[in-house]
Design a protein around this ligand. Structure first.
Ligand code: B30
Ligand code: ZN
Length: 262
């Protein structure tokens, strides 16, 4: 108690999360390694319908360095209305990444053991069944997260320019800033048809097993410089560079990963 959890260093690193947070030792934990040869094609899984993901102007969206990631709080007008068992309302999005001095990748999910450069999580709660994220976060049908991989390419992704430039303004843990214009759809891959689905957990303590995960196969491309800027700008709770904020793959146990494509 009193000790904040960490990823690698410190007395409450990810190996020891279950000591303080029992759910972290559960049988439906995230992330996982997705093995393509073992996924089950489900032709009934349709592409998600998302409303309110386009450009929002004159908003007031908080961007936060919370010491273990950079997060943008999302407007409740962003919803997933089809393609999941219920309707889900967006809460926040954040990223997980590697470290620039090691040229290390930092996605949480891996595919056939391959770790991507970074990973975006768009977090939603089940607004058909619950009144808030807090009420939903520990319920088995409470949350849905959309996960997207980043790879590095030759061209700058101009839809990420504002986000990357703003990182400097939330350099230190606890710093926040307001964003007035946001277009989440433009920050996602064009093709949203190919995805994996499975039942898992929050990838950080308290690791509640409450997330229906949708992991998209098509990555988002950022330039090498943009990824480097993400990996090197922010500082953590101890004023060290905030990097390698990913959890290792967890056992699949008796779960099945479904895919929307063959
Ligand atoms: S994830 O998408 O599975 N990585 C939370 C939401 C999504 C994921 C992980 C965790 C979450 O809401 N955690 C509880 C809230 N946090 C505060 C916060 O906003 O960022 C409490 C905390 O860790 O101690 Cu950090
Ligand atoms: Zn996450």
């Amino acid at each position: 108690a009193g000790v904040h959890w960490t990823y690698i260093e410190g007395s409450l690193d990810q190996i020891h999360w279950p000591d303080e947070y029992p759910s972290c030792g559960g049988r439906k934990q995230s992330p996982i390694d997705i093995q393509r040869r073992n996924v089950q094609f489900n032709p009934h899984m349709l592409q998600l319908e998302m409303t309110g993901y386009g450009e929002v102007k004159n908003g007031n969206f908080l961007m936060i360095n919370n010491g273990h990631s950079v997060q943008i709080n999302l407007p409740s007008t962003m919803k997933i209305t089809k393609g999941l068992p219920d309707c889900y309302t967006a809460v926040q999005m954040h990223l997980h990444w590697g470290g620039w001095d090691l040229e290390a990748s930092g996605s949480e999910h891996t595919v056939d053991g391959i770790r991507y450069m970074a990973e975006l999580h768009v977090v939603h709660y089940n607004s058909d069944k619950y009144n808030s994220f807090d009420e939903a976060k520990d319920k088995s049908d409470g949350l849905a997260v959309l996960a997207f991989f980043y790879e590095d390419g030759h061209f700058e992704n101009t839809y990420y320019s504002d986000f990357i430039n703003n990182l400097e303004k939330v350099k230190y843990a606890g710093q926040t800033m307001n964003i007035s214009t946001l277009n989440v759809r433009s920050m996602l891959p064009e093709n949203l048809a190919h995805f994996f689905r499975y039942e898992g957990s929050l990838t950080t303590p308290p690791c509640y097993e409450s997330i229906l995960w949708t992991v998209f196969d098509t990555p988002i491309t950022l330039s090498h410089n943009q990824i480097r800027k993400l990996e090197s700008t922010l500082m953590d709770l101890e004023n060290k560079t905030l990097w390698n904020d990913y959890r290792m793959a967890q056992p699949l146990n008796d779960r099945v990963v479904e895919s929307s494509f063959l």
